[in-house]
Design a protein around this ligand. Sequence first.
Ligand SMILES: Nc1ncnc2c1ncn2[C@@H]1O[C@H](COP(=O)(O)OP(=O)(O)OP(=O)(O)O)[C@@H](O)[C@H]1O
Length: 887
Amino acid sequence: MAVGPCITEIQQRRVELVENYSEHLTRLLDVLFNVGAVTEEDLSLIRGSSVRGERECMRVLLDVLNGRGEESCRAFLYILPSVQDETPNLGRTNRQESLKKHRNILARQHGLVDYLNIKGQALEQDEGVCWTDITFSRQAGYASCSQCRHESTGVGDAFRTRSDEIYIFKDVFENLLCNTASGVNMLSGVAGSGKTTVVKRLVREWAAQTNSSKIVLSLSFRELNLITQEQSLQDLLSDHYIHLKPFLHELLNSNPTQFLLILDGLDEFCYPLNFEHTPKCSDPERVQPIQSIVVNLIKGNLLPGVSIFLTSRPHAVSKVPPVMVSQFYSLLGFSVAQQKQYFEQNCSSPEAAEAVWASVSSHKPLLLMCHIPAFCWIVSTALHDGVSCLYPDSISATPGAKEAFEEANSSLGPSEEISKPVTISEIYCCFVKSILLFHVQGRSEGSHHTRLQHAPHVLGEMQPILKSLGAMAFKGLLERRFIFESSDLNSFNLDSTKLSQVFLSEILKEDRASLTLEKGFHFIHTSVQEFLAALYYVLQSLSGFDPFSGLKTSTGYLRSAFKQMASAVNKFSRPHRLFRRRIKKALRCGERHQSGHMDLFSRFVCGLLVPRTRRILNGFFPDGPKIHLLHCQHSPDPTPPFLLHLLHSQLQSFTLSPERQVNVCHCLYEAQDPGLSQRLQGWMKVLSQQASDQSGSVNRDWSELAFLLQLSPDLQVLNLDAQGLDADGLRRLLPVLPLFSTLSLGQNPLGPEGVSVLSLALRNPDCRIQRLWVVATGLGCEGLKILVEALKENHTVTDLRMAINKIGDVGAGYLAELLRTNRTLTDIRLRDNLVTDKGAEVLMAALKENTTLEYLWLFDNKFTKDGVKKLKEFAKARPNLDIKVCI
Ligand SMILES: Nc1ncnc2c1ncn2[C@@H]1O[C@H](COP(=O)(O)OP(=O)(O)OP(=O)(O)O)[C@@H](O)[C@H]1O
């Protein structure tokens, strides 16, 4: 790079610049950032050095400018005089102006980044930013969390299984910024569920509200990790917000309740939090280790009355003891309507959005995954450009896509039918292809059409890098590592500035040994790590290599010697046996990790063994005889029979836990097992036989049924009468319960515990249940109370059949309470429920306020003649209400 005159001037004046301008650093950084001479990452790098003083920050700034080149250096020299002129005024700037400036700075720091630039436009202004509303649940504090579910896979279910109040962003915003929500408000959400985005939106919307009395301070644990030396809270905040420095002492000491302190990403905090033994400190000026500052803030010793908004992935929530959390929000992700809205807002045209949504909504597993915003982003990237590579009918709006598709797939026989992607593996293949063809820097030349034509060539060319990235991803999965160092990249011969940057996000990490800042990397989403790992695994296995041998980080000669040896051994073993053994091993990886952190990996391996799926990445996989190991003689393109056999035999294993069973079902789905629909039919047959046998409790794998039902396109009636279904079984079915319009659960031992599960389905925002039949399910008045509470929030159930449940007069009272406000129920059947005249009176009183109920069946209750008479008279006066009663 040629060294221009401004670069040279800065180099020559370095000592003087540090001497004279260090005290104006904040102003300098502001202006430089505004004019685009430095980036947000540069700012964090520079501020990260603040522990070593302002002069050190200035030196880092000069280094950054040097690296940024002549233009940035010119901007710096240009603004220098104005900065010095303005600075004396700073002292006179009043507090209001500083706070205004604080809003602007925070808003800028919390802008959205669309690093693959899918929409092809800058996201600087709020007008360009589309926030899709997202669903939260809230409860007072938290009890215990199920931490061992896989982060991505748990989400779809979690969305349908929450018991708490449902919130949207506006509610959270109001609670935190308009009400006096002091104490710790925690937000928990799986990877990619949108926690950081919530923080960004919160800050930006606060910044736009000039009348808010709160002052927001926002720090990320990623930043706090960089602080190695002890310091005081006041210093920490004034280093971070130098523009507030003159007032900070007064603000912190006078009224801490005016602050909302956001701490984002607790799961990333590298220091342990010791709530028992950290010395108490209530002085913001007292120097202490960073983890003690955090503990004292959370405990309310420092800044008593401050509101804290703490975000974390679920596995790290328990770092803070439950008693210290006053409000606990869970980020459930996008509801179905919100997913649709997301695609409308984020695709390049309404036609593209419609095509993407048509694809997603017609495939349950996709729909389920799309509760996670990060997955929506992957899907829209995949389907936006990637799918047009293969499936011309879905994005016919893309000019030239169809022709290119036909040309690229000219090798397919005429009888081979191509349809839209149906599996998660196919989506991820489209995603990777889309990135390689349309988003990698330096590949912008040529039209969409031309780039599609060159796809096999590009994929072949990129294969070695993708393979290395996949090997690193696989090694990381085995070691449960999700952050990689530059040295990891080097050992896999990866260049961090090229392809890896599209799949890896860069973060700054501190190297404690040398007290310097090191680059760290993580995959843009953990599911991308699992996909690339599976891609590597399948590629190695198909090429006749042991995927585990590729992880040896020995370089050069040794590695190639190892490969040669391995391939020589392979030559003498039967290749198809070796291949099968490797696939078995991959599936066992998922099985062994009960936490489920390799579930997606095993699903992707199964998906990639389907030739149709691999064809999306045409050019990436080797051609040749080894591929034919997978083919069966009759059909040119089936799922390898041995894979289906393997998965089916796993399903039959008695030792497989229900969670593992569901994962095997997912694997079968990815493997495009034609037998899945037969399994569902088999289930239905067994259920109908069982119902007619009435032979009581049978141990059933309800999780498998839940999975199979999710794949079924037509979810209308679910009849589980007399199946021995208890609360635990119902809990396993919970993900699908809200999807049916008729839910018949009669003659099962549900009891109050089962009704609690059922009420989660009724409260679900996507609930479609209209007819709810819970005849003889052991509700009692306790169960009915729970049911009524859920029905108060439900607006779908019109028909409630609950004969033979011993609800008595107390239960009738609960029902009456519901009838006063409910405007959805039209038919209630209460036969044989021990209700007496007293209960009837309460019901009649409530019905005076209800005009929507059309049928009330009260046969076989404990009414006297007089009671029946009163009921009949009441009915006469209500021609639109049919009350059935007899003594
Ligand atoms: N409300 C939203 N509207 C539009 N896009 C969103 C929204 N929330 C999240 N996203 C998308 O999902 C991606 C992941 O979100 P985000 O980084 O906020 O997740 P996170 O929960 O903080 O993840 P992690 O735990 O991995 O840090 C974002 O980059 C953005 O593309």
